[in-house]
Structure formats: C-alpha cells, structure tokens
Design a protein around this ligand. Structure first.
Ligand code: ACO
Length: 457
C-alpha cells in the first residue's frame, strides 16, 4: 500500500486533501493522477514530468503560455494585479529606495546586502570593469556601421576566449568570478560598441564613479574635454537598469537557461540571451514606440492613430501598449513615466512635444472601450524610448542598454539552474505532422518536370 493510500484509510479528511492535491485526467479511458506542486505565490502547477512515460502522450504548448519551464525563487509577476517582485521586494520600492548594484546583489544572492556585503560587492564589481586590452583590437574587426547589438552578441560571447579561468561551470568559485566579471564588464563593452559606431576613442572606466555614472562617462565623455556626470541623469540611468534587471522566464532568460542546460559556459549563454533580446518583439519595442510617437507628431493626430489601432483590417498597433503577461498597468511603466518627466525637465525638454503626445495618447487610450476591454495598458517601453533619447542615446543603443541591465537577471537564472542537482538538459518534444515513413526514390524515377510547389519568379 502506498503512503497516500495508508493515510486515506486512517484519516477521511486526508482523502479530500489528497484528492485536492492531484489533477485527475481521463485520456481516452485511461485514468491518470498528476501531482499538483504548490507555488508560494501565483498559480500552482500540474507536474507532467513523467507524463509521457505514464501516458504515452506529449503535452502541446507552443509559445509556452501554460507551461512552467522551471522552478525559480528569483522574480514573481502577477500580470492581472500588475505586480513585479524581485526576491519578494516590489519593483517600485527597489526603484525608489535602492540602486542597481544592490538590486544585482539581491537577484544573485536572494537577500538585500548588509553594509559590509555591499562594500565588498561594490569593490568586486568596480575593480573588474576594465576589459582585456586585446579586446579593443578584436573590436577593430567590425565595420564602423555594424549594429551595436551585433557587436554585443560577438564580444560578450568572446569573453569566453579571454577569460579561460572562469569557464568551469562545476566550480562554484569560477561561477562567482564569471558572474562578477560579466556585471562589471558588460557596461564597458556596451560603451565601447557605442564609441566604435561614432568613430570616437574608447573611454576607460573610472573606479571613483558609481555604476550608472561610470557608464554615462564611458559613453559620453571624450578625451579632449572634461565631462561631469549629471547626478539626475545618472539616477535615471540607474533606475532604468533596475526596471530592466529581471523579468522571470521571458524569451531571452529562457534562452540563457536552455543554452546553459547543455553545460555551455556562462559567457556563451549570456551571448545567446543577447541574440534573443535583439528581436523586435522582445527588446526592440521601445524603439518602435518612439518611432510611433514621432510619426504621430502632434496631439491632433492621435484620434487617427487610435482609429487605425482599432481597425481590424489595419495591422498597425499602438506600440508600447499591451503585454503578454500584464493585463493591468505594467508596474514598471509608472516609474518609467516619472523618470521620463525628471529627465526631460533636467535636460530642458520638459515641453518636448513627444512627451505631450505620449501623455495624451495614454489618457485617451485608458478611457477607450477597445483598450479597456482587451486590458491594453501602457508597458515599460511606452516611456523608455523618450527617456533614453533625452539621455542622449541613439535608438540603435536602446536594446544594448536593455541587455546591459538584464545581464544580471540572465546570470541569476543561469546560476540557479546550474546549482540545482536535478538539472537536466532542456529537450522539448514536438507534435510531428510531417510525412510518414517512405522509401527513397532514385533520381531517374522522380520525373523530369518542376515540382508542383516550385515557383521561379
Ligand atoms: N494596439 C492595438 N491593439 C492591440 C494591441 C496594441 N498595442 N495589443 C494587442 N491588441 C489587440 C489585438 O489586436 C487583439 O484584438 P482582438 O482580440 O480584437 O483580435 C487583442 O488585443 C489581443 O492581442 P494579442 O496579440 O493576442 O495579445 P498578446 O498578449 O499575444 O500580445 C503584445 C502582447 C505582443 C505585447 C501586444 O500587445 C503588442 O503587439 N503590443 C505592441 C508591441 C509592444 O509594445 N511590445 C512590448 C511588450 S513589453 C516588452 O517586451 C518589454
């Protein structure tokens, strides 16, 4: 008798408890009980790990909309409530009271640092911001007009060619060194990618500056002049990094986990994450939102664009509206909106017509039945494009900044996966709908004409 059978016999209440903790499935007459695993927050999950072995069926979920691909303790999102928590802490509190390096510590190690831990972590990051000098020669192989994301995919992957002493994923100390190296060096590489596109000399990092200020310094200073980092802009940059630091099992994070599941080194895995983030459906939306606001141009044209967004025959969508997970206000969008106002006031663009268009568009859409019924609210990208532009970045750098900030999230998830002793290589299955088995046909027996679906224009 199994343990659960025994408890059911002696305690009738246990029967209903046991029943409640199982999902019962009837597949063409075959009955199957599946365990329900408890989440601390959010939906519990039905455990289908041995489903194929027990039933002979696969589950089908392209796009993974109903699939928990892993167990994680890092980030929680409630899309209906509009909640985002890093290790249990609400994003708005971290953005208001914390800073990016503290957020990195939290995501990586699970707790906010003590003062001593914080000092030690800051030192470990600050004193590793320079990259191997040989890397600057590596940059010279790229065309000057290369997209900075193309450069990032290559140079972050290339870190594994420069830092051989932190590639052993089974050594916790090497994992730690690789972690700190990436958080320290990715901003330097991102700034180098930017400088390279401008044809300007690379600017070395400065250890007396905080993380965000140092990044602005590497991007915007030139050897010919003194550059003083504006603290309001540095704070805004830091907040943007916090808002983008992690977002649960999104496409790029899942890519990093899948790459890492084979035992690939962490630099290669993060390069895979950057490649995934580059796609317009993921990291490229803020650029699209900014382009849309520029196209709208003035508040008078908003009704025309709202009408287009609602028209089923027009593929146009309001960029920066809607989200796969958030069916309420994206909590990051509110902070981003405030940051946009702060940055625009600081740089003297508080009357920027784009901000006015954005504000009015948001107000109109928030009252419109089409958007209300479909739960389409502004997402983080709605205001981030305007803010990054005001900070001085060209649109081609927007996704690079996202990658910089998300590096810590990717690494936190990679570390969590590697440290799990039950880790297995990620290997999804498929619903095969191709031809059934057939025998090879020799060329002489395949006819002489073009196939039915062969077209030459
Ligand atoms: N403008 C107008 N209509 C929209 C929009 C929008 N931005 N987004 C969704 N809809 C409509 C769809 O036409 C559909 O209407 P229907 O039910 O009448 O057919 C309905 O809302 C549901 O749309 P889906 O595409 O099924 O929603 P999904 O959750 O799959 O898509 C997505 C989410 C891709 C973000 C979508 O809202 C979108 O394309 N938004 C604009 C792009 C954008 O801002 N992306 C950034 C996301 S945030 C990030 O990546 C950090």
């Amino acid at each position: 008798m199994s343990k659960s059978d025994k408890s059911a016999k002696t305690n009738p209440e246990a029967v209903s408890k046991e029943a409640a903790d199982k999902a019962h499935l009837d597949i063409r007459g075959k009955k199957l009980d599946l365990d329900i695993l408890k989440a601390t927050m959010g939906p519990d999950v039905i455990d289908v790990q041995n489903f194929y072995k027990r039933s002979g069926y696969f589950t089908f979920d392209p796009g993974y909309t109903s699939t928990a691909s892993c167990e994680s303790k890092i980030t929680f999102i409630d899309g209906d409530e509009g909640t985002l928590l890093y290790r249990g802490y609400p994003i708005d509190q971290l953005a208001e009271y914390g800073d990016y390096l503290e957020t990195c510590y939290l995501l990586l190690y699970g707790e906010l640092p003590t003062q001593a831990e914080r000092r030690q972590f800051d030192d470990a990051i600050t004193y590793h911001t320079m990259v191997q000098e040989q890397m600057s020669i590596f940059f010279r192989g790229f065309r000057r007009d290369a997209h900075p994301m193309a450069i990032m995919v290559a140079v972050v992957g290339a870190l594994s060619a420069f830092y051989h002493d932190s590639l052993d994923i089974n050594d916790p100390e090497q994992r730690e060194i690789a972690t700190r190296r990436m958080i320290a060096k990715v901003p330097t590489l991102a700034a180098m990618a930017y400088k390279y596109s401008l044809g300007q000399p690379f600017v070395y990092p400065r250890n007396d500056l905080d993380y965000a200020s140092n990044f602005l310094h590497m991007c915007f200073s030139v050897p010919a002049e003194d550059y003083k980092v504006n603290p309001v802009l540095a704070r805004a940059m830091d907040r943007i990094f916090i808002l983008h630091a992690d977002h649960e099992q999104n496409a790029s994070t899942s890519t990093v986990r899948l790459a890492g599941s084979s035992g690939a080194n962490p630099f290669a895995c993060v390069a895979a994450g950057i490649a995934c983030l580059w796609g317009p459906a993921h990291g490229g939306a803020n650029e699209a939102a900014l382009n849309m606001l520029e196209e709208i141009g003035t508040p008078e044209r908003i009704p025309e664009f709202i009408a287009r967004a609602k028209d089923r025959n027009d593929p146009f969508r309001l960029m920066g509206f809607g989200h796969r997970v958030y069916k309420n206000y994206d909590p990051r969008a509110k902070i981003m909106q405030r940051t946009a106002h702060e940055v625009l006031s600081e740089v003297g663009h508080k009357d920027d017509p784009l901000l006015q268009v954005a504000h009015e568009l948001e107000q109109i859409a928030l009252k419109d039945d089409y958007f209300l019924e479909r739960k389409l609210y502004p997402n983080i990208d709605f205001y981030s494009g305007i803010t990054l532009r005001a900070l001085g970045f060209p649109t081609s750098m927007f996704t690079v900044l996202f990658a910089l900030a998300r590096t810590v999230g990717w690494i936190a998830h990679w570390r969590e996966m590697i440290a799990d002793p039950t880790r297995r290589i990620g290997r999804p299955r498929q619903l095969y709908t191709g031809p059934v088995r057939r025998s090879y046909v020799p060329m002489s027996k395949r006819g002489t004409g073009l196939g039915a679906d062969y077209h030459r224009d």
